[in-house]
Design a protein around this ligand. Sequence first.
Ligand code: BGC
Length: 732
Amino acid sequence: MLPRTFALVLLLTAPLSAQLSQDIERRITGLIARMTLEEKLGQMSQSTAMQIPISASIKEEIRRGRWGSFLNAGGPADRAEAQRIAMEESRLHIPLVFGRDVIHGFRTVFPIPLGEAASWDPDLIGQATRTAAREATSEGIHWAFAPMLDIARDPRWGRISEGASEDPWLAAAIGTAVVHGFQGNSLAAPDSMAACAKHFAGYGAAEAGRDYNSTWIPESLLREVYLPPFLAAKEAGVASFMTAFNALNGVPSTGNAFLLRKILRDEWKFDGVVVSDYTAIEELIQHGFAADSADAARKALNAGVGMEMVSTDWFDHLPRLLRDGQVDMKTIDEAVRTILRLKFRLGLFDHRPQPVGEAQITAEAKETAKRLAAESIVLLKNGNGLLPLSRSISRVAVIGPLADSAMDQMGAWAMDGRPADVQSSLAALQQKLGPDHVLYVPALKNSRDTDHAGFAAAEDAARRADVVLLFLGEEQILSGEARSRAFLGLPGAQAELVQAVAKAGKPMVGIVFAGRPLTFHDTAAALGSVLYAWHPGTMGGPAIADLLFGDSVPSGKLPITFPRTVGQIPLYYAHLNTGRPPSLTDLGIPLGNPVNPTGYTSKYLDVDFTPEYPFGFGLSYADFAISNLRLSTSRLLPGQRLTVTADIENRSKIAADEVAQFYIHQRTATVSRPVRELRGFQRVHLGPGEKKTVTFSLTPSGLLLEGGPVDVWVAPDSATGVSARLLIDPRR
Ligand code: BGC
């Protein structure tokens, strides 16, 4: 039920907004009637060509209405000037819309999106996104190319770092929060900006994890796994969608009418802008889908794209295609309408405030960044309760290439973050402990360095310290777009560095920076504790220092399955059971055995079939216990709602957060269901000894509407938890 005040606001505003949108549509119709074809095609064109300072030729083009939008272009002053020209000197005074990759923060950089997802805290992610919107809009940016909602189950793919997990439910919750964060209560507010759900669709399933590669996704899987986060973004009111680079089942997304017309427009009734990805229209030729630029222009337009990013096939070819009857004016007008609609909704026609200068980083923004970094970092191992460290430790050795690297702390897609704003782990530790208590030896120049020259100094520092902190992982340049990896181990000589430092015999803590799950089994075995920090952003250093010394408590949970080895990929928790599920004892064939004694089950002979760390996993300094699972009914009838409750108790003396996860498994169905599916989660704060009840609910429409037994779990991760069974009663 809606809270009363909210319901009242809705009642009062509904007719008003219907009136407003009718008014907008009328104004758009009037404008379209007055536009020349060139002006229409200009609106449908987005360019990067606006340099700093903005050139005379671009100014002239803006005056002529050649461009409707610029992306990743100019500085605040250039944008203000370009907008002034568009609104005062162009024939129809249509404003420009400035887009940018505001992916995980703007000037204040938050953890990479996969790291943000590890917080399982959509409210905080929404708050961080609002901060990014405030900063970006203050520099005259109106449109963020985020959230990226591509489900990915292959950590070789470099863009897994930009996504919100392997799981549609978690990604949908985060996508919704990000859309609200960018767009606020009103898109027209000066500190709101349009969000963009990308990349539509299936991009994250790139074959073999190689970026831009083809994807083959049956429609059932597309609708159950890959599309739900996009539908959630649409339901949250996202203002735009971006097409994907990949071909989906042989048809490039940028020319895919099934995706862009049938699903997005006809089924979902999306009325916003659909922008192509960067030169993706022209790339239809390389795909072998279009014969030439004109053919690419025609196919993309007819498939339902509304704005061309960077390539110029539409401006170059649509006039002739129109004359030849290969495209029609109605389709062009539809596209123009979506763009003008975005500009009206953003309040651009009503003179949004112009940028005044560079975005400033505030104390509040830093605090949000620190909190989100702390919540996103996952404690993977804590042997003998090594962490948290005691403040009475007299000396720590800080070793490794990533302890003091601002760029790597910010991660990929942080083009507006500034290294000078970053507080590194080294700086934060020096501040917390006093510089004399920190011995710093980077030992390797960067994560890929193979030179052992610095090892002796590292080992020496370790001998002189009480505890060794090893800052390992992969640099930001190794994840993100076009940065796929075939090997997922620690790059360079980092594994050897850990073995060398281990000779000092001191307790060792590993802090791993990465844009994806890495495989580092042997290194983890040598370390007492492991914190997985992703690329944690501007305030990652202080967040790490606090976690190490117990000033905050780890609460991040993996939003993605960590494989033991690349050979297990794709590996994800929501898999089907197979007809021959393996058991944990099945492994290997003893030397000389002529037959396979392990049974003919679905496994590997040379590695355990289970993951290194399961989806949802993350340790704490506190000790939580989940118990007393109760179901509102053990027989659920159609139309009924199931309520599931469980108690979570903090059995320790440390106040901390736990993320309770709600999973289901439908045991029998016409189409086999995954062994577990996430259907809810809740971050709960528990004081020492405190117990709270968490509640989740489910209606049969959340399952296939079939009868049969269903298992439910309330769990701390996808591999354990307390469970119960109920029956879905098919009687109607
Ligand atoms: C990426 C998009 C991005 C666009 C604009 C493309 O290469 O795939 O995600 O928004 O560039 O920078």
